[in-house]
Design a protein. Sequence first.
Length: 261
Amino acid sequence: MAASTLKIENLHVSIEGKEIIKGLDLEINGGEIHAVMGPNGTGKSTLASAIMGHPKYEITQGKVFLDDEDVLEMEVDERAKAGLFLAMQYPSEVSGVTNADFLRTSINARREEGDEISLMKFIKKLDSKMAELDMGEEFAQRYLNEGFSGGEKKRNEILQLMMLEPKIAVLDEIDSGLDIDALKVVSKGVNAMRNEEFGCLIITHYQRLLNYITPDKVHVMMQGRIVKSGGAELAQRLEAEGYDWIKEELGIKDETVGQEA
Ligand SMILES: Nc1ncnc2c1ncn2[C@@H]1O[C@H](COP(=O)(O)OP(=O)(O)OP(=O)(O)O)[C@@H](O)[C@H]1O
Ligand SMILES: [Mg+2]
């Protein structure tokens, strides 16, 4: 498998007729970890959902390519099969489907017919990844996310990431609600994924995650666009000073939550 590139060009996304993403450009290459930071309501999760093909999000302009494949032409399941993965900010609970069954089905849905993972191989991989993430065995047989604590859900998203081994992953606030030890475990999981064939976009509010996962690039998203990019030092400055200096630098007017100009 060769290294993959996710390329987003001039993306515009609307929800119920309201434009949320307003001309966003971003390129993530295999081997790279990028972080996106930005105030609440600027469209970070919208970006993640739009990449994955959530039907509520209407792409009005722009392009998304995974290598030379046009992502926007693909159905949701085709995007997953092509190697895109999203760890959601608010993972849903699915009653009646065990975590193990969900994972096995998801892995096989990404493989060609006749090339399904054997049960033995699956169990071996699941056991080893769960051990890496310090997850108790019982989580394999519990219903997907049902009754999981906030932190357990996040850890479970990383389990999915490690089991599915996508080409490009978007991790939306994977650090929110994690205790200090869980933060380290989740970071260890993401770092274990690091290789030339894997590109990752981490959406986060806090620099502390980036103490454990060193990003190659940090982007600031405001008003539906990436307005500034830099290295890890950019995240440190945001943590120390907030976003006002960027607004001043770029002449961005303050916005009230939900009442964007
Ligand atoms: N399904 C939806 N229906 C209506 N409005 C929506 C929907 N999804 C998102 N929005 C609006 O789009 C804007 C961007 O939301 P989004 O969730 O992408 O922000 P965010 O940058 O991820 O914020 P946070 O940091 O709080 O997670 C918000 O004003 C939000 O209310
Ligand atoms: Mg969000």
